[in-house]
Design a protein around this ligand. Structure first.
Ligand code: ARG
Length: 465
């Protein structure tokens, strides 16, 4: 087999080394995008008068036929070619001979590979975004189902203050929504046409890059050919957004590994999303959540590995850049699987509200006692001190605020009267919150409405895959 560059060489490449540097094994995934780019390039060449109308038409017909075959039978995209670009060109030449040999005029694989990966991410990122919307929808579903039930919040994984269960689910939904936005920014970054850059210095044919950008759906053309062939910032952006998604999924996973354990017992995992033990009959393990947490390391690894690859590169194209694709493809697959597994787990959770509410009262109401004193004119620092003493005594006698008599309250502070005990409840605590981002039931209800609206708006406006 001859290669795209055989002419200069006296001997054929060493088979093992050739295989080592070839990328067709993985960049075949860019097949569709490579054909899309070539169709547009052929048109641009014809418009520039470089290709005759007949050659242009022959190339177009053949490329469409190649694309259809590849779509119908993915096994077709195979062979000993160096990469997907060489494969498509070989197929084209087999069909239309000399016309096919003219397609690469004024074009380099250096810009072609950047174009293909930009086109690929542009159509694949929305698929991931749709998965994120489904996850937010599942979290919203849990928030709705929890109604006004309570749970404790934690700082340092120690009980902090009561919150609505709905507030808890909306917290994760807010983080996932930021991920959606970050993916949108990553997609924006792909939105520049690199064609016209040639191998490095630009092309010497009259290519109308603005028209070409429009034809391929890009809103802009890259600024500099040297930068364009060396630039993979859009890959870094995608991997960063991907690592961000995984970090959030991992934190969700960690929460529910804990919350569904015998020790917490706040939620139960559906049988369908757990696995058993080969030895211990009683076990119901949260494997999908553990794997999501585990796979996070791998996606963060792709980001750090990729940035490390980039940092040492001299200007212009370097073959190291070929490493971008496996990182992108694996991150994409890992994300898709992880988001879907997390969504399935979230949809099937059941809340044990008796347990969460029992855990949401007791000493978790200490701040509310202090706030009550503040409302009665006591400086906060003094109130904190008083309630701290109460907590110390209650802990020593294994009791909480509900065990205190009228006299007990009074003994700690004259402003604490008989009325105090009835005011200090977990629900009273959440209802006392005043800010829009708080766990106050009204605030949570409007946050929930807003989140539902966002989910609805995404379903309507997102492009197809
Ligand atoms: N497979 C190559 C890559 O992924 C395509 C570009 C090859 N360019 C070159 N000058 N060898 O980067």
């Amino acid at each position: 087999m001859t290669h795209l560059w055989s002419g200069r060489f006296e001997t054929a490449p060493d088979a093992e080394v050739f295989q080592f540097q070839a990328s067709f094994g993985f960049d075949r995934r860019l097949f569709d995008d490579d054909v899309t780019g070539s169709l547009a390039w052929a048109e641009a060449l014809a418009e520039a008068g470089v290709l005759s109308t007949t050659d242009g038409a022959a190339i177009r017909t053949a490329l469409l036929e190649i694309r259809d075959r590849g779509r119908d039978a993915p096994n077709f995209v195979d062979g000993a070619d160096e990469d997907v670009h060489a494969f498509v060109e070989r197929q084209l030449i087999e069909r239309v001979g000399d016309a096919g040999k003219r397609l690469h005029t004024g074009r380099s694989r250096n810009e072609q590979v950047s174009l293909d990966l930009r086109l690929y991410l542009r159509r694949r990122i929305p698929v991931l975004q749709r998965e994120l919307v489904a996850l937010v929808d599942a979290l919203v579903g849990q928030a709705e189902a929890a109604d006004s039930r309570l749970m404790p919040s934690y700082t340092h994984l120690r009980r902090a203050q009561p919150i609505l269960v709905a507030h808890y689910f909306l917290a994760h939904a807010s983080a996932v929504r930021r991920d959606h936005h970050r993916l949108e920014q990553a997609r924006d970054e792909t939105d520049a046409l690199p064609l016209g850059s040639g191998a490095i210095a630009g092309t010497s044919y009259e290519i109308d890059t603005t028209a070409l950008a429009q034809r391929l759906g890009f809103s802009r053309v890259v600024l500099n050919s040297l930068d364009a062939t060396a630039d993979r910032d859009f890959v870094s952006g995608f991997l960063h957004a991907s690592a961000g998604v995984m970090v959030h999924l991992s934190r969700i996973a960690e929460d529910f590994i804990l919350f569904t354990s015998e020790e917490f017992g706040f939620f139960d995992l559906a049988d369908a999303v757990t696995t058993g033990s080969s030895l211990m009959p009683q076990k119901k393990n949260p494997d999908p959540l553990e794997l999501v947490r585990g796979k996070t390391g791998r996606v963060i690894g792709h980001l750090t590995g990729w940035l490390t690859t980039m940092k040492g590169l001299a200007s212009g194209y370097n073959k190291d850049l070929q490493e971008d694709k496996e990182a992108v493809f694996d991150a994409e697959e890992t994300l898709r699987g992880s988001i879907r597994a997390t969504t399935a787990v979230m949809r099937s959770l059941t809340l044990d509200a008796d347990r969460t509410e029992a855990a949401a009262s007791g000493l978790a109401l200490a701040t509310d006692v202090a706030d009550l004193l503040v409302a009665r004119g006591v400086p906060f620092r003094e109130a904190h001190e008083v309630v701290g003493r109460m907590v110390r005594d209650l802990l020593a006698t294994q009791r909480d605020f509900t065990a205190l008599s009228r006299e007990d309250w009074q003994r700690y502070h004259p402003q604490l009267d008989a009325d105090t005990a009835t005011r200090i409840t977990a629900y009273g605590s959440v209802a006392a919150r005043r800010t829009p981002q708080s766990t106050a039931p009204d605030a949570v209800a409007s946050a929930l409405r807003e989140m539902c609206e966002w989910v609805g708006s995404q379903a309507v406006t997102e492009p197809g895959s």
